[in-house]
Design a protein around this ligand. Structure first.
Ligand SMILES: *Cc1c(COP(=O)(O)O)cnc(C)c1O
Length: 479
């Protein structure tokens, strides 16, 4: 070190490719430019989050800055100004009236961990590129799997979103059931199961008809009788069942399929049970709420999306399995250019993705920040707000209310044509937006609904009362 510093300094300016001419952070000292850029960006972000209530949940479209790099690289001030411009037009999840989708405010520890994750720039592909993080990820998946009720020895792998977790599950199920190459294999799920299943079958080379959608009851839950009949029919006709997919928290109603009885049917038919718990599986983390997703632990595999209610920054999704070693049995190809893993399989051998960021970091730190009490409080609040809205809306004549199993509910006036329901939903959504309340407008069972997702911890009773008042007046002004 010392002798290096005594070398005569070059008199010529550094070559354009030398690192001191480039904006990379110094490896020798705390880099003042880096520090200033991060400090300023972090101040801007804190300001943005802290002024969320003074802006609309859904901003008007603004200007987009130039996208192509200029000839000369830009300095921090310009970069931050451009960043600010994009931030002005961003969806505003920290607003108390942001109730449209499954996109809650971000948890501070998970924001910090996300920044550190970027700075560490490790790669979960292989252990030598992420030594501590691979182990953290493995332990966290094992803990989480057991925490939601899967048996000892379970574990899993993060994936970039629930769509990918569901696909991964079905690929594992197909191989486990010995059905590779069988174009007649089917997946059984409810009519309210998520569209990601359609995508999964498409990627797996199966026809769209391979997804057999079974009827739901009025609350949106898969009818187990219909599933029992379909399983019998498949057995009788020799149609191989690749998997049964139950949903714990459907996308419009938040309905939870009867998991325990579905698991019983799967067991007696030797069928793989995947539970799409992208919305609801986190309820299993608290003993006071676990009965809402009773039977979850009987699944062979479960999709969990901590990005949806717990506020872990996107993306945060995991596929958890009772037999996590199946992942490597399905996906390992050998990574001949990597040193062997020190324990278990490389991250890149456990799923579809190769290079992956350390998403476990923000999940781990976020859950540590919440603690068990915080997790319970988030779940309590979501359920409490939903009950409040239900109580306010239930007395309204002529309104069909759906949901209530979890923190989602959808509504549409009774006695309207599909066209009138479409018109009602658009007009009412506009009125709600004018009051800084953002709901979504799903098309469900052939007619438009308004949907509220009540997972936002900033939402206050006053907002819920306003929501109910606007919906009530929309019914009297019916077209
Ligand atoms: C959101 C959701 C998914 C897909 O998750 P992404 O992270 O958006 O890919 C799958 N299933 C259900 C039930 C969901 O609500």
């Amino acid at each position: 070190m010392g002798s290096l510093q005594r070398l005569p300094l070059a008199l010529a300016p550094p070559a354009p490719w030398a690192s001191d001419a480039l904006p990379f952070a110094s490896p020798d000292q705390l880099d003042p430019d880096l520090q200033e850029l991060l400090d300023s960006a972090s101040r801007m972000l804190c300001q943005w989050l802290g002024s969320a209530a003074s802006r609309a949940p859904l901003p008007a479209l603004g200007l987009t800055p130039a996208v192509a790099p200029s000839v000369q690289g830009l300095g921090g001030d310009v970069l931050l100004a451009e960043l600010q411009q994009v931030m002005e037009g961003a969806y505003n999840p920290n607003h108390p009236g942001a109730l449209a989708h499954l996109d809650p405010p971000p948890l501070p520890a998970s924001i910090a961990a996300e920044m550190v994750c970027a700075g560490l720039n490790n790669n979960l592909l292989a252990e030598e590129l992420s030594p501590s993080l691979t182990r953290l990820e493995r332990s966290l998946c094992a803990w989480l799997a057991e925490a939601i009720g899967l048996p000892a020895g379970s574990g899993g792998v993060p994936a970039s979103g629930g769509t990918l977790s569901n696909l991964t599950a079905l690929v594992v199920a197909r191989q486990h059931q010995g059905l590779q190459g069988r174009s007649d294999a089917v997946v059984l799920a409810s009519s309210d199961a998520h569209v990601s299943l359609d995508k999964a079958l498409m990627v797996m080379g199966l026809p769209a008809t391979a997804l057999r959608r079974l009827p739901v009851d009025p609350a949106g839950r898969l009818q187990s009788d219909a599933l029992a009949d379909e399983l019998d029919r498949c057995r009788l006709q020799g149609v191989p069942v690749l998997a049964v997919v139950a949903t714990a928290g459907t996308t419009v109603c938040g309905a939870v399929d009867p998991l325990a009885s579905i698991a019983g049917l799967c067991r007696s038919h030797g069928a793989w049970l995947h539970v799409d718990g992208a919305i609801g599986a986190v309820y299993a983390l608290d003993p006071g709420h676990a009965q809402r997703v009773q039977g979850l632990g009987l699944a062979d595999s479960v999709t969990v999306n901590p990005q949806k209610l717990l506020g872990i920054t996107k993306t945060s999704s995991l596929l958890l399995l009772a037999q996590p070693q199946l992942l490597a049995e399905v996906f390992a190809t050998g990574l001949p250019y990597m040193e062997a893993s020190w324990g278990g399989s490389h991250g890149g051998e456990c799923g579809l993705q190769g290079t992956r960021p350390a998403e476990a970091l923000k999940l781990w730190l976020g859950l540590r920040q919440l603690g068990q009490e915080g997790i319970r409080a988030v779940l309590d609040g979501a359920i409490e707000r939903t009950a409040t809205v239900m109580d306010l809306l239930r007395p309204l004549q002529g309104l069909a209310l759906r949901g209530g199993d979890l923190h989602l509910l959808a509504m549409t006036p009774l006695g309207l044509s599909a066209g009138q329901a479409d018109h009602w939903s658009q007009a009412t959504r506009q009125q709600l937006l004018a009051a800084q309340l953002m709901l979504s407008r799903p098309l469900y069972q052939g007619r438009h609904h308004l949907k509220a997702v009540l997972g936002n911890p900033h939402t206050r009773p006053a907002q819920l009362e306003q929501l109910a008042a606007i919906v009530a007046s929309s019914l009297t002004a019916k077209p």
